[in-house]
Design a protein around this ligand. Structure first.
Ligand SMILES: *Cc1c(COP(=O)(O)O)cnc(C)c1O
Length: 455
């Protein structure tokens, strides 16, 4: 071990960031604006405020303010589980026999088990401050719903969660955690909404998708007095809140003179990756440093590596604003065989634009190789990783093994976004040798891509 760098780097409470960083402010070419699906014009604050809390709608549209104060109540909540440790993976380095130095930022140290709480508390805070009764949302694998339930119970807000049906059935304990925190959980698609009924009529027996669940949650929010819709990923406001991950990382790195060469994150809607890389990307955009950024996605839902960069609906029911993003089409539903989360059809418009400018690389990986990396990591470093996080572990290990071949002493930083305690059905499949890989064919992708809106 390097005696100058501890196994775990903990920051003091006083070193917590007090402002979020908005990477859009440093982007010369900004992400494309959200469009009103009816008029095709950039959406206004007023229109967006029917769906989202007003303050969050403002953050969504703010492309120019680099730093935004974190309200004291949110800072206080962050102190319950932040700063999160930055760990030097000494044991993994040794096991791989690599000259690379590997670090990971662990976000699973809270009951919800993932980074999602960083944005959940912010969104619940602004909803409460606006005097709302409650919020609605969707959840896929369940981490976002859990985080939001925790945040809403803390803020004394009602919380209605539409949970993708296959996860609702596969992860009964996720559901119970949410209910324990007081949330109301409905499997989606359901017959409690018009859009849910329509989707059920068109696709009877569907196991659901995030896109369907979003449509249901938005319908309930916009048709119920005192409610707004909140979303746990994809949106620029979520990347903003998640910048605490990157800000803490950069503080810890600077404190110990660590300069990452490669920064890796898994990418579903892009919030953890965006949050982790934002402050580093800011340095690069300002010409101060250079890094290699890698987004890792599942081969079964490959929006960056096989999608197109176009305006698309954010949801299956086509009620949300249009976002320009790398997308597989809003009708794309990943194979139910896919166990590892990260199943959204599109990607954050901020990350999409950075990727389009060549500032981020993307890789897709198959789930059996992801679980192989997850198991290896659990056995060597101790922490049982979430399947989503394990996509980043896969590529971190691959990069470290490349260093072994070339003898380069690169510094690798990756985001370990959560724990895998609620993913034991997926681990069981892997352990029983029953996990297989499913890669959609070009024809399958063409089907959902043909349905892109014409703008
Ligand atoms: C939700 C989630 C992700 C993926 O979402 P992003 O918005 O892409 O970060 C990754 N890891 C964990 C543990 C999650 O809960």
């Amino acid at each position: 071990m390097d005696k100058n760098i501890p196994y775990k780097i903990y920051l003091d409470e006083s070193e917590l960031p007090t402002k979020w960083y908005n990477v859009r402010a440093d982007m010369k070419k900004k992400p494309a604006p959200l469009l009103n699906p009816g008029t095709g014009q950039p959406i206004t604050l007023d229109e967006l405020s029917h769906v989202f809390c007003t303050e969050l709608a403002k953050q969504e549209l703010d492309d120019t303010t680099p730093y935004i104060d974190i309200p004291q109540e949110i800072l206080d909540f962050y102190k319950m589980y932040r700063p999160s440790p930055l760990t030097r993976a000494y044991f993994l380095e040794k096991a791989l026999d690599t000259p690379a130095k590997i670090y990971y930022k662990f976000e699973g140290n809270n009951t919800s088990g993932s980074h999602k709480l960083n944005s959940a508390i912010a969104q619940a805070y602004y909803a409460k401050k606006q005097g709302l009764k409650g919020v609605t949302t969707e959840t896929g694998a369940g981490q976002w719903g859990t985080a939001l339930s925790m945040a809403c119970s803390y803020m004394d807000l009602d919380c209605k969660v539409y949970m993708v049906k296959c996860s609702y059935e596969q992860k009964p304990f996720r559901r119970e955690v949410m209910r324990t925190y007081g949330a109301d959980v409905t499997p989606s698609p359901s017959d409690t909404t018009e859009v849910g009924k329509k989707i059920l009529a068109e696709f009877p027996g569907t196991t659901g998708s995030l896109g369907c669940a979003i449509s249901e949650a938005v319908e309930v929010a916009t048709s119920t007095e005192g409610y707004r819709y909140v979303l746990g990923s994809v949106l620029s406001q979520v990347l903003l809140h998640q910048s605490v991950i990157g800000l803490e990382s950069i503080t810890a790195c600077d404190k110990y003179g660590i300069k990452p060469d490669i920064i890796i994150g898994c990418a579903g809607g892009g919030s953890n990756l965006g949050g982790l890389i934002s402050p580093f990307m800011g340095r690069q955009l300002r010409g101060e440093e250079e890094y290699k950024f890698i987004a890792v996605e599942p081969a079964s839902c490959p929006s960056l590596t096989r999608g197109v960069y176009a305006y698309d609906f954010c949801d299956t029911g086509k009620v949300c604003p249009l976002a320009k993003m790398y997308t597989l089409g809003s009708g794309f539903i990943p194979s139910p065989n896919h166990a590892g989360g990260l199943r959204y059809h599109g990607m954050s418009s901020v990350l999409s634009e950075l990727y389009d400018q060549g500032l981020i690389e993307a890789r897709s990986v198959e789930q059996t190789s992801v679980f192989e990396a997850a198991t290896q990591f659990a056995r060597i470093e101790g922490t049982l990783p979430a399947p989503e996080s394990s996509h980043a572990i896969r590529v971190a290990i691959d990069e470290a093994l490349k260093c072994k071949e070339t003898g380069e002493e690169k510094t690798i930083l990756f985001g370990l976004t959560g724990t895998g305690y609620f993913d034991m059905v997926a681990y069981q499949k892997y352990n029983d040798g029953e996990m297989s890989d499913y890669i959609p064919t070009d024809d399958e992708l063409k089907k959902s891509l043909n349905e892109l809106p014409k703008v």
